[in-house]
Design a protein around this ligand. Sequence first.
Ligand SMILES: Cc1cc2nc3c(=O)[nH]c(=O)nc-3n(C[C@H](O)[C@H](O)[C@H](O)COP(=O)(O)OP(=O)(O)OC[C@H]3O[C@@H](n4cnc5c(N)ncnc54)[C@H](O)[C@@H]3O)c2cc1C
Length: 189
Amino acid sequence: MIIQDTTAWGLYPKRTADVVGIRQSKDLLPYLVKGESGIPRGNGRSYGDAALAPLIWHSLHRHHLLAFDATTGILTAEAGVLLQDILEFIVPKGWFLPVTPGTRYITLGGAVAADVHGKNHHSQGSFGDWVLEFHLLTEDGKIMVCSPTENSKLFYLTLGGMGLTGFILQVSFQLINPYSNCFYSSTKF
Ligand SMILES: Cc1cc2nc3c(=O)[nH]c(=O)nc-3n(C[C@H](O)[C@H](O)[C@H](O)COP(=O)(O)OP(=O)(O)OC[C@H]3O[C@@H](n4cnc5c(N)ncnc54)[C@H](O)[C@@H]3O)c2cc1C
């Protein structure tokens, strides 16, 4: 735990916070058992106070890619991986992110929690439209596997839920192949 003055991208407001890196779910459990409330944080690229509180749990130590299917373009990664690192891995393989916000320096968890959008919002929707499943550590200490068909209410509450439903541990989502017709003929919207 580090006590430090913390801001987001906008540098205002500033909060003195206990900032705790979460490597595994067990790192967070003691806080949940004691009933302490905090806020998850990714890379602090939100503009205001979305990821600020006296107690902050950040995901940046959870930065591993976990699984990739080069045939289907489904990627599973820990929530603290930056989009930048995902791009370095997938672009040479001919895949791309379905939705790209104005900065690559956000985490996967931050992309899900803020349901970020890109310039293709009108045709491809927001990041959450491409999420297949995530693991969420909830305030009762349970790890919930959430998808459109499993714990679906929690799934949709967490997309754009700004960290208020729990700590996203890992995410599986669909990449796009920009050279394929699939990208342009999406029937999602
Ligand atoms: C230069 C710039 C350009 C941008 N352009 C766009 C854009 O085009 N489109 C767009 O939609 N946004 C844009 N944004 C905003 C940015 O994409 C979002 O604020 C994003 O959520 C930041 O991600 P982060 O990892 O830094 O998360 P943080 O800022 O650390 O946190 C953001 C929110 O996500 C929650 N959160 C983070 N990690 C987790 C987790 N593991 N579990 C649960 N909740 C979590 C936090 O509690 C907080 O509510 C831009 C930001 C910048 C600085």
